[in-house]
Design a protein around this ligand. Sequence first.
Ligand SMILES: [Zn+2]
Length: 453
Amino acid sequence: MPPVGPSSRVGSGATLAASTGFASVLSRAGGAHAPADQATVRRSNLALVLQTVRTTGQWSRAKIASETGLNKATVSSLVGELIQRRLVSEGEIERGGMGRPGQIVGLDRSVAFFIGLEINVDYVAGVVTDLAGVPVARQRLSLDVRELGPARTLAKAAELAMSLLGRAGSGESAAQAVSLNVAIPGMIDADHGILAYAPNLEWRDVDITHTLRGLLGMPRTRITVDNDANMAAVAEFTSGSMAGVRDIVVLTGEVGIGGGVVAGGELLRGAHGFFGEVGHMAVASEDVLCGCGRRRCWEALVGLAAILRTIAEPGDPLHDPSLDLVTRLQEIEHRADAGDRRTLEGLTMVAKGLGQGASILVNIFNPEVIVFGGYFAALARFFDKPLQEELYSRIIAPGGGGCRVEYSTLGFEAAALGGAHAGIHDVMTDPSLVDASGVVLAPDANVLTYAGG
Ligand SMILES: [Zn+2]
């Protein structure tokens, strides 16, 4: 077997990542051009073959070889290892091609599963996907998370994760969770799996990963925690209707408003991982108090709590956190459709405030798309016109800087879905993370590779 050089194949991996837009979003600089030893080269080639199989669907070893530029013997060896790790499996014999027929290789979607959870003010959401990123189980629980507090909420979240994983299994082999990511609207110390501060949940210094590890019967599953807006941006970039768009600003529409930004295909994190607290830009003209204790924050003007306060009296069922959020939003739509003046005026006021704050982000980041998620998407038909008028009147670049407005199609499970995709990303980048004896990660691997360096 000729030696596999570090230069060309590692480089091709990077090209593929760029062309699919998948592997690049969460990766940090470095790696692709660093000097590589034999083990590193093998890992890169393993990732290249796995990403090729994922991108192209089902192919023979010969086609994988011609696509990747690797020789056939190397591809056979790499495919053998991926089969051993239960990441790919062999299907039918390929017919009709030139030369010796080969067996088709595709992703093995029956064993490895990825869990994403989101904890927010009004709910805990969970999604389980297979290795291809296709959701196989999902659920959202309406909960008053502030009232429950961290310990009881995390217990509910762990229960939800186990129940969803139980539904993901298919007959013979029990589903295994390769990774579990928890998205939270707050500032996260990802290296240590700790939530530093979530103003709207009123949580401080909560050790998320160790608490969940103690609650879950999954000793070898990688558990990570990340910011909800970051994970929503990952979801839009990898699987939403904006998949592959390399410059996106995603706004979560909850009680708080977080900003997730993908710039040039890279998720922005800031120097210490605290990027994206756009909800606390001081843009509100009203002297309203924010959950963070400051005044005039953007989210205190246009967040979910703000619109509810604007359109409904304190005793109104719209404020009841035990009622499902989607049901409450449907009630707002119903009132607006019935011509209720207070509702319509409130929606217009929020839409203008939304456009005003969003214009600052568009002026800074010049994205191709700005995506409004969460409750903004649910009420898009009422927000859209005043929002766009306000937004484009304040963008300084000609033609709105080429930025278009979109509303998320991923619902309130966007951040959970992004968390599951973050786990897939890790395996696609380094398939050797998955144990050869089955699909589990090294037990001490509880920090995402892309977090902090
Ligand atoms: Zn604030």
